[in-house]
Design a protein around this ligand. Sequence first.
Ligand SMILES: [Zn+2]
Length: 280
Amino acid sequence: MELIDTHCHLNFNAYKDDIDQVVKRTLDAGMRVINVGSQSTTSQRAIDMAAQYPGKMFAAVALHPIHLHTMHVDEVEIPFTTREEEFDEKLYDKLAQKPGVVAIGECGLDYFRIPGDIDEAEYIKKQKDVFLKHVELAQRRSLPLILHCRSMKDDPERAYLEMLEVLQHANYSRGVVHCYGSTLNVAKKFLDVGFMISFTGIITFPNAKELVEVVKFVPLDRMMVETDAPYLAPQQFRGKRNEPLYVKYVAEKVAETKSVQLEDVARQTTENAEKFFGLQ
Ligand SMILES: [Zn+2]
């Protein structure tokens, strides 16, 4: 059984002390991974890792919306303070053409953590502008998008609908909504216009009932699985550092939810990822 972790961050500092062991475990299990950049440094590191493990590791490059402004991010596993970066179009265009780069991401909108020291409307406008530049970059370089989206707690749809607006305005639908976290209604809208949907260990959490309904609905040939490691470890390891091997638990939950065999989930999601990212 082969699985691809379509979204992880082995390029992050969380692995700096034992990256060789984590990589060894991952490759020994016959897995392939896509290391996703969140700013220029981590995008470059993802490219370096792809060069080190060709055909096994691939890279995605982008500036994540939370890095548009310095703020403290209180992730349960690894709290951190973001480093502010201006989007340098030329630099990312250069990175996008490096060997092993299979997507532009993660980019998108994040309304979950709007910093207190900046005007909300202004901040959202900046996010949309930078996001549109990523979409144009993906179009120019014929690459798919890895979309990050997080809405406000009291309005789980707004950021997603506004992200879809930007994408439709640019007329681009080659993308995957990573770590899906909105309603069934919104998932249907993304599926209708051709996007893929990807799930993390969140679907294994006991309170993820609504999300499990989304898993049930999304056809197996339109979904991918991922860990988002080091974050979002599945229930069995909740609160601990996540790693690519644990994508198995996400696939298991999909199989259980859809009443199909784990092997079928693995085969289909692997095929989806190969096709979507053009892996070879
Ligand atoms: Zn991520």
